[in-house]
Design a protein around this ligand. Structure first.
Ligand code: NAP
Length: 248
């Protein structure tokens, strides 16, 4: 019996990086998984087949998390194919980094739509079945940058700080119905998102991390397994930093 046996998880952005680690680790803990991607169809199909090693059902769906109507359609499809949603992980995210003076309206709007509006879109639609079940765990992927800011990432940091306020509000709104909502704040995790950093930049970041290494997708997945499982039934409205001590 895994920690997530009998549960259904819906995860946005599961085709790469942290999302891929979430899909694989949660399936290994016994969850059935529906996950989304935006454009990486080949990679999404590979993740789905690699994750479905046991009895678990793992399905990939092309769905733009920033699009309200697509989120509604996705939740309907998942409900008809899986019958319930126990865990929602709003993981999809992008960066469009630049200094404020150079930042265009499009760079601001796009990051807000994919990182923050997506969290509203999916939570709004997944809440209905969770309210009927009188149970559910919503996990929103924030960032340490949403807590302490970062030069060159005003759009990204604002979207990730917004996720924290949203998560705390939802926790207060639906806690009485048995639904929990928490935010996870990763530090620097080895994925496509951080591969653009030069070796020198990586060394500089690592120097400031008490555990002296970048994080892995599995580090984030382990925390999400805890938050999605019955090991955390008295934990809601929290921001859990998984950052090797960077946010200390
Ligand atoms: P990543 O490797 O760039 O992967 C991003 C994932 O999001 C991909 O699966 C991508 O799908 C999906 N995605 C992007 N736009 C989407 C959209 N509009 N609709 C649906 N899916 C979409 O990123 P990551 O590093 O794994 O980051 C995952 C989450 O953790 C993000 O929210 C990120 O902000 C957060 N985070 C990451 C770090 C880090 O150091 N890596 C640190 C703090 C927080 P496609 O493959 O189809 O493009």
């Amino acid at each position: 019996m895994g920690l997530l046996s009998g549960k259904v998880a819906l995860i946005t952005g599961g085709s790469r990086g942290i999302g891929e680690a979430l899909v694989k680790a949660m399936a290994a803990e016994g969850a059935d998984i529906a996950f989304t991607y935006h454009s990486s169809e080949e990679s999404a199909n590979r993740v789905a087949s690699e994750a479905a090693q046991g009895q678990q059902k793992v399905m990939a769906y092309k769905s733009d998390a920033a699009d309200y109507a697509q989120a509604e359609e996705l939740v309907k499809t998942v409900m008809s194919e899986f019958g319930r949603i126990d865990v929602l992980i709003n993981n999809a995210g992008i960066t469009k980094d630049t200094l404020m003076l150079r930042m265009g309206e499009e760079q601001w709007d796009k990051v807000m739509e994919v990182n923050l509006k997506s969290v509203f879109n999916l939570t709004k639609h997944a809440l209905r079945p969770m309210l009927k079940q009188r149970a559910g765990s919503i996990i929103n992927m924030s960032s340490v940058v949403g807590v302490f800011g970062n030069a060159g990432q005003a759009n990204y940091a604002a979207s990730k700080a917004g996720i924290i306020g949203f998560s705390k509000s939802i926790a207060k709104e639906v806690g009485s119905r048995g639904i929990r909502c928490n935010a996870v704040a990763p530090g620097f995790i080895e994925t496509d998102m951080t591969h653009s950093l030069s070796e020198e930049q990586q060394k500089a970041y690592i120097a400031n991390i008490p555990l002296k290494r970048l994080g892995t997708g599995k580090d984030i997945a382990d925390t999400c397994i805890y938050l999605g499982s019955d090991m955390s039934t008295y934990v809601t409205g929290q921001v859990i930093s998984v950052c090797g001590g960077l946010n200390t």
